[in-house]
Design a protein around this ligand. Sequence first.
Ligand SMILES: [Zn+2]
Length: 411
Amino acid sequence: MSDFHAELESRLIRYASIDSQSNDDGTSSPSTEIQLNILRLLEAELRDIGASDVQLTPYGTVIATIPGTAAGPTVALLAHVDTAPQFNATGVKPRVIRGYNGGAISFPDNPALSLTPEHNPYLGTKQGHDIITASGLTLLGADDKAGVAILMTTARHLLQNPEIAHPTLRVAFTPDEEIGRGVHSSLPKDLNTDFAYTFDGGAVGEIEYESFSADGAVVTIKGVSIHPGLAKDKLVNAIHLAAKIIQTLPQATLTPETTDDREGFIHATDMTGGASEMTLKFILRDFERDGLAAKGALLQQVCAAVAATEPRAEITCTITPQYRNMRYWLEKDMTPVELARQAARSLGIEPVSVPIRGGTDGSRLTEMGVPCPNLFTGMQNIHGPLEWVSVQDMAQATEFCLALVQHAAKP
Ligand SMILES: [Zn+2]
């Protein structure tokens, strides 16, 4: 086995130090200009290592080819460059805890913070590893710069070792995954591949081919506005109607905080407005189409019931599809999943497939005709200040990626 540790560590630190947070309010693609900083760096690095057809597309995705050294299906390997908008991502200061001793990890810029194996059992299994975290004030961005570092290291290694047999590979770095806009409508055509993998998963062994099915819902409530001094029998307050809708929806069940495993939920994410007009936003999630439809129907019924109590108000509920469970397509042809499982087993890694309580770029790509399971990188505690990744885990993911592309080669 080659030793990729030093390369992975320096790549992760270099990439994580670049702020590339996405923003749902941005209307361009990528959603934030700053993502172009890392995209342009990766474009240059791909040219430096000798990749072919390197391009930064007008929609902010870097795509390159690693020419095949053997026959076989074209395989695309993807990672996303943006970091989550949910937590501070400016001024990330990655640091390495070398030869982790198994105890609590403290943070130089935030003494109140502590990362412990008691709260993170997976960390407890990483004694002796080199652990990378941020400094306590930001997320780390191993989600998904661990994936980027793994794919760049894999690409560099394959280009330097042409005796390794693999089919044509397409490497892609996407923006805006965290805001659900990573897969541009042109990406399937531009990838020009038989199937794909995202390297955007967690613990070693994770091979995921099931995601949520997801809809978004917007409820608008128009009341009747009038001076409160003259309001008797005239004013209809949208705030009270919004409160009724929230109060009527289930709270002890069907919410993210009360569900797990294969259960879906209705999650109120946003409530804005005033007495004359209110807007409520929801995300609806379920693993199955009928379960998702039932959640949409329940929300519609609650809106209709509250509307019936006040005919002078106008309440609308608009449901918009977001993405669908990738299993619907992958279960028809499990080749990409089976290849990944074989590659993992060839390294003595036991594959684990658990449904993702979320979506990935792979959910959209799969739906658009490019089958795309999600594979492990080692990242943990993502989207917050306790985010960490083990260098040795990233090295295992790199060995796994190399085994995967060799398994895809046809003799
Ligand atoms: Zn991610």
